[in-house]
Design a binder for this molecule. Sequence first.
Ligand code: PEP
Ligand code: MG
Length: 540
Amino acid sequence: MQCLEGKSVYKGIIMGPVAVLKKNDYQVKRRKIEYPEVEITRVEQAIKESQEQLQKLYDKAVVEVGETSAAIFEVHQMMLEDEDYLESIYNMIQTEQINAEFAVAMTGDNFAEMFSAMDDDYMRARAADIKDISERLVRNLSGQKDFDLSSSEPSIIVADDLSPSETVQMDKDKILAFVTVHGSTNSHTAILARMMNIPALIGVPLDLEHLENGVTAVVDGFQGKVIFDPDDDTCAQVQQRIKEEQEKLNLLQDLKGKENVTLDGRKINIYANIGSVGDIGYVLENDAGGIGLFRSEFLYLGRNSFPTEEEQYQAYKQAAQMMAGKKVIIRTLDIGADKQVDYFNLGQEENPAMGYRAIRICLSQPDIFKTQLRALFRAAVYGNLSIMYPMITSVEEVEQIYSIVEEVKQELEEQGIQYQIPEQGVMIETPAAVMISDELAQVVDFFSIGTNDLTQYTLAIDRQNEKLDEFYNPHHKAILKMIQIVVDNAHAHGKWAGICGELGADTTLTEEFVRMGVDELSVAPSMVLKLRKIVREMKV
Ligand code: PEP
Ligand code: MG
């Protein structure tokens, strides 16, 4: 039995097998070989294995995310048959007498570089695919196993760190908890854990090299501990605590279908935050009154090219339909900072959190923005959709957005395509937006306060920097005062204001938020009923 401590980012307790996610940091070494034909046969065998893996991934993806998104695996299969690519690998092995792994890695790098230099956007995006298939071939040549959660039982994911694009590809039914060596309280792993109502620990000093898949572990988010290979006594105690926690959760179920109203009659909307259509199940299960933040950028993550208008339209339409008339607030693309996507070619930045992100990308690359707006306006016909714009700092930005909205509207009109312009709001997540919230309130329909970024920009603390976690204090008076200013300015102009950052789910502040006049709290689905309980038991 081994017990390690870490920082809990979501409470809960669970026991199960461990699945270790190791990063692909395998170094390919060049070796001189004697028999080129042996290496060529190895490559052929690795191609066969890769084709089989890709077919399985395709079949799984078709069922889970549809044919369009699954098509990428077909593209990879075709690339593995490309004559130029294979010829380059075989030539290198024969003429330079080098090992198969090295020839594949070199060819992969050369081809990726060639694609990156092309003018055509589509071809440029293929560079990442070439790299992907070459890495797969190298993995198969060197006998490394693919991390495949789908074939395992529900597991505790143990990793060095998890990027948003890694988590977005995971089969959520197979995840019991997260335990990572790095990551910060506000990372997307933490947000995902809260969404899924599963325990998560970060900053755990794990030795990933020596941790075996399948070992039993206990993740205790209440005490910030992970226990590997627990003894019988510990197992018995943990089973008892899991049972007690389940009973508490069961009690909350009685609140389903009830109003979020205080004892003296003040009502508040409690909505849920989601990252994809797949999360709507959690929203319905927890009886949220709507979706207060659909982080649409997750549609852009974990893939090698832009999602098309049609793909986006289908996703937004499905969200609107599944919520059957309840409000669905979709935030436009918030790429950049911690959410990096290769095909956007954003380049390296000294200060990504204060850099080229969110609405800044949309305003300077209107084609990307227009595709998303078209999809949103078309989907708005099917339900109660609203949209909101992230990282706003000025009224001029809102005016620029409106002129692009107008162009999109004209185009849809001319093309005779059915559409609707939904309610439009902005996120208040910069101090600038707070300070001009009186002016912004006159030009938008609502405010949603993004306390994660607002705290970062107000306290000058990078939300991703784990060293600063102890300084990152969203309870800081400055933040609470800002929330009051925003709510008052919204109300002065007949608009509503909500909170969709993680602070909205902080149960020690729920009563204060209601008293401040906050109209809506949008939180992880797992928090909806907990907040409802507090609201129903308080007086203003
Ligand atoms: C926020 O900044 O509070 C927010 C809700 O947006 P995100 O966490 O996606 O940046
Ligand atoms: Mg934000």
